[in-house]
Design a protein around this ligand. Structure first.
Ligand code: ZN
Length: 489
């Protein structure tokens, strides 16, 4: 017996629902009213204003990209096309210790902050998180966002000499900046302990800051000190810091970097599992064997390829292999890199077996780690989610579609405390993606990194159609999401 509704804004009919909880899919219709899902079931509506035929398609919660550097992109390209086109409806920004706000320094941003904060002009400078939040609320993006506050960003504003640990006074100042940000709604705190501006911070400095999170039920995310030879030590440091600070922790882009460390994911995942018995731990991963960041000499290796993503001093180097450039110049790889600085690179430093093992783990969430302002970016920026659904789910059969969607929706929503998002049920926010499970695939490659994916039919953000038949609708209905404390107050 079909129920009839008389009032609704959008009806999605005939699709297969994967609700984000990991449960098996089922056939049903979805009615949307305003920003919310009104009802899920066998529905019939007279005079439908907007009916979307989802026959042979999957209807899933909009994907949550838990690891992004989209802080500035939300303002500079509010359509957020690289993400929206993949079915992403929420991005977590400010990862790896680098957030756009609160930026209180007068100096040019050191790497890797130059990936998101423009170096030359003084635009996109937000001395407080609330000034960033206001900018975003005045000029909303097409997708929702949750902001982490980066430790490197805080250190640049508060620590006189970035090459040493912060003093008691400096820690006090950073804690105050972080607390103000959390009061204004920031969703957590991130570190990039691998990077120069953050590396000199000892665990005690991180813990002092992370201890601010508890009262806000906010999250600590970490690009750990080491993802190569000292991967396991870094995991132990992460568990200990989060335990002492009393906050949940997300290990960023979990990987085993460099040939000598391939295969270590067997051990690292066991360690995470063991720690997970005693504290709240999760991790994100992107579906590629290559990573990407700024140009770093310590990441040069004879055992893998490096592609230049941008170079300030030699702009025409973008998209080229470092070895080719070094040969052409008749210099060492190190010297070639020095001549290209500042710049970015793609490092083919991982092994497929590790990537697959990490992706398959039940605690794994999908995070793109896309770098949106690179001139020749890593394809993960445009391809991550369709690649997991197409290549890793349909073709390699690493897991079923319900599990894949769960890693992109239900698990992230739980770990980041996203209220009424990440699963499809009556009364949830209508963040929805409709895709064809037989054709969805990533088209962005290392050669052509900004190709739009195939198979994503419709994306709905807070009840409004934001992407339809291969193009953005120009809607700007994304919300700035806030931590649980702010939602209650
Ligand atoms: Zn990172």
């Amino acid at each position: 017996m079909k129920s009839t509704l008389d009032k609704f804004d959008i009806l999605i009919k005939g699709g297969r629902i994967i609700d984000g909880t990991g449960s098996p899919s089922f056939k049903a219709d979805i009615a949307i009213n305003g920003e919310y899902i009104f009802q899920i079931g066998a529905l019939n509506v007279e005079n439908p204003e907007h009916v979307i035929d989802a026959t042979n398609h999957v209807i899933a919660p909009g994907f949550i990209d838990v690891h992004t550097h989209d802080d500035r992109l939300l303002l500079s390209n509010p359509e957020v096309t690289p993400k929206l086109s993949q079915g992403v409806t929420t991005v977590v920004v400010g990862n790896c210790g680098a957030s756009l706000s609160p930026w209180t320094s007068n100096f040019p941003p050191p790497p890797p902050l130059d990936l998101i904060i423009p170096m030359e002009n003084n635009s996109y400078r937000f001395p407080t998180f609330s000034s960033y939040a206001i900018a975003l609320e005045n000029k909303p993006a097409s997708v929702n966002s949750l902001s982490l506050i980066g430790h490197s960003t805080l250190r640049c504003g508060a620590v006189k000499d970035l090459e040493r640990p912060a003093s008691v006074q400096e820690i006090k100042k950073m804690k105050q900046l972080l607390r103000e940000s959390l009061i204004s709604g920031a969703g957590g705190f991130s570190t990039g302990l691998f990077y120069k501006p953050n590396k000199p911070a000892p665990p005690s400095e991180v813990e002092a800051l992370a201890s601010e999170l508890k009262a806000f039920k906010a999250v600590y995310s970490t690009h750990m000190r080491n993802e190569a030879d000292k991967l396991l030590d870094s995991l132990d440091e992460t568990f200990e810091t989060a335990k002492l600070a009393g906050c949940p922790v997300v290990i960023s882009h979990h990987k085993c970097q460099g040939k000598d460390n391939w295969g270590k994911s067997k051990v690292s995942l066991k360690r995470i599992e063991n720690a997970h018995k005693h504290q709240q731990i999760s991790f994100d991963v992107y579906p590629y064997v290559a990573g990407s960041t700024v140009l770093l000499e310590e990441m040069i290796s004879q055992s893998y390829k490096i592609i230049v993503t941008w170079s300030k001093s030699v702009p025409e180097a973008k998209g080229r292999e470092l070895t080719d450039i070094a040969n052409e110049w008749d210099v060492s790889l190190e010297e070639a890199m020095r001549n290209l600085q500042p710049g970015g690179g793609i490092y083919f430093s991982m092994k497929d077996e590790d990537v697959e093992r990490i992706l398959s783990h039940p605690l794994a969430m999908i995070g793109s780690d896309g770098i949106p302002h690179d001139e020749h970016p890593h394809p993960r920026l445009w391809g991550t989610f369709p690649r997991v659904l197409g290549y890793y789910t349909r073709e390699k059969k690493l897991f079923d579609l319900e599990t894949a969607v769960h890693k992109m929706t239900g698990i992230p929503s739980k770990n980041f405390n996203l209220h009424k998002r990440g699963t499809l049920k009556d009364g949830s926010f209508a963040d929805i993606v409709i895709f064809d499970p037989d054709t969805i695939r990533d088209c962005a490659s290392f050669e052509n990194p900004t190709e739009t994916s195939d198979g994503v039919n419709t994306v709905i953000v807070n009840g409004t159609i934001a992407w339809s038949n291969g193009t953005g609708t120009g809607s700007r209905t994304g919300h700035l999401l806030k931590n649980e404390f702010c939602n209650k107050n």
